[in-house]
Design a protein around this ligand. Structure first.
Ligand code: ACO
Length: 428
């Protein structure tokens, strides 16, 4: 017999189904609760609400486990590459050699962006934040593919939109960077792999002069893999929610970019470097800043620390910390903020405030130091996060559409005024 949960409300017992996931996670299905009892559940910030079932990513925050389609993140980061991981997320299985070749070819064929897109850059002030530009650019791409506006078209047409977004994103991101430094925009070189092509468009000028250090390509590829999906986080839930209204995939992904921008989510990687610079410029007294982070009357938070679901360690942070040491050593860079970051981590991990609240470094704590070593300005960091998260957003959007999920529409508990009559302005 299938498991059920009983809720006692107003003296009446109501039985609700229990759903069990493949990793034995359990949920009470409350979708009929209101019909049966008149009650809704209240969970501000969705701290304990499963918004969907999903077969894409599993994470266990207590044990620090993260798997894409069952494969541990540690194995994928070490052995796979970003396009293979993208395929895995989108289609559910690791590709065969011919499937990967075909997928790579399809992506490569669509890297070019419509020439008119360049005109958008003329409209923005030079101080425009890269995330605002990326959000607008992705959404605007839908205007060049009007057929994509209907996400109910054939599987092949929807798949083409997904391929186009994945293919054009590195071009858009590199153009945002080039424009910010006043350099000419570089067209893709389709003889290069996905990451090298992105680095070429970002740092190159002419194909014949372009040389990229394999250490940088490897580091970039690893960072993209580590960011590729993270189940129902703020931006991914946003993509699914927007997509649930049958908005097109460009608009849905653009909404994800907007959600990622915030400093409590993807925007934290920029804030971490700003914080580390600030601490360094202030003399590098980490103990002082730890005390500030603990002070409830001080708005300062240790950026890159804490996570809604990881309460032991963030497995991505562990891999990135190692990669960070490795990349800086190989590139012969000594960045003093890496020392400050390590000191902060050491002090925080022994401090009862952080221990009791289970606050550990998250994915953003060390990633920015690698981005900086590669040569990206701080404002580009969250855009790089978006580049990595893209296949996850698309896979989640695709899963939601294929499952025919209903429009997302939470309820609320109204706490405003009860009914009252309109009064004439003269009497107020
Ligand atoms: N520094 C100091 N105190 C913190 C921090 C921090 N970084 N993070 C949480 N706390 C404290 C809170 O003040 C709170 O204390 P209280 O219980 O005494 O009120 C307690 O720990 C719980 O914090 P919440 O904000 O309630 O936890 P929540 O799960 O809602 O938030 C979040 C998680 C947003 C990531 C939070 O830890 C934070 O703001 N971290 C800094 C920003 C950051 O690094 N964001 C990136 C997250 S990873 C990502 O999105 C890709």
């Amino acid at each position: 017999m299938s498991e059920t949960a009983k809720v006692l409300l107003d003296g009446q017992e109501c039985e609700l189904p229990v759903i069990t996931g493949t990793e034995n996670e359990k949920a009470i299905d409350i979708s009929k609760l209101r019909d049966k009892t008149g009650y809704v559940t209240l969970d501000t910030g969705y701290k304990n609400t499963g918004a969907t079932t999903s077969a894409i990513t599993f994470l266990d925050g207590e044990q620090g486990i993260l798997r894409y389609r069952g494969y541990p993140i540690e194995q994928l980061a070490e052995k796979s590459n970003f396009l293979e991981v993208s395929y895995l997320l989108l289609y559910g299985e690791l590709p065969s050699a011919s499937q990967l070749t075909d997928f790579t070819k399809r992506i490569t064929r669509h890297t070019l962006v419509h020439e008119d897109v360049k005109k958008f850059f003329d409209g923005w002030p030079s101080s425009a934040h890269p995330m605002g530009q990326l959000c607008s650019l992705i959404c605007s791409l839908s205007s060049f593919y009007p057929e994509s506006l209907n996400p109910n078209r054939s599987q092949e047409e929807v798949d083409l939109s997904i391929i186009r977004i994945l293919a054009k994103m590195p071009t858009l991101v590199s153009w945002i960077y080039k424009k910010s430094i006043g350099h000419p925009l570089i067209y893709p070189n389709n003889n290069l792999d996905y990451v090298s092509n992105f680095l070429f468009m970002t740092y190159g000028m002419r194909t014949e002069d372009f040389h990229v250090d394999p250490v940088i390509v490897e580091a970039m590829d690893k960072l993209l893999i580590l960011h590729a999906d993270h189940e129902q986080n703020c931006s991914t839930s946003t993509v699914r929610l927007v997509g649930s209204s049958q908005a097109n995939p460009y608009a849905s992904v653009a909404a994800g970019v907007a959600a990622l921008w915030g400093p409590l989510h993807g925007g934290a990687n920029q804030k971490v470097i700003e914080m580390l610079d600030q601490i360094q410029n202030d003399g590098g007294n980490t103990a002082k800043w730890i005390e500030k982070a603990k002070d409830k009357n001080d708005p300062f938070r240790l950026m890159g620390f804490g996570h809604r679901v990881y309460k032991n360690f963030d497995p991505r942070a562990k891999i990135i910390k190692e990669a960070c040491d490795n990349v800086l050593n190989k590139l012969g860079i000594h960045d003093p903020i890496l020392d400050i970051a390590k000191q902060l981590e050491e002090v925080a991990l022994q401090d009862p405030y952080f221990v009791e609240k289970k606050l550990y470094p998250n994915v953003d704590f060390y990633s920015g130091i690698i981005y900086r070593a590669i040569g990206f300005p701080t404002e580009m960091f969250t855009v790089l996060f978006a580049l990595g998260r893209l296949p996850g957003w698309l896979a989640q959007w695709k899963e939601m559409r294929e499952a025919g999920q209903p429009i997302g529409r939470p309820r609320q508990i109204y706490t405003g005024e009860v009914k009252r009559d309109y009064t004439n302005i003269a009497t107020r």
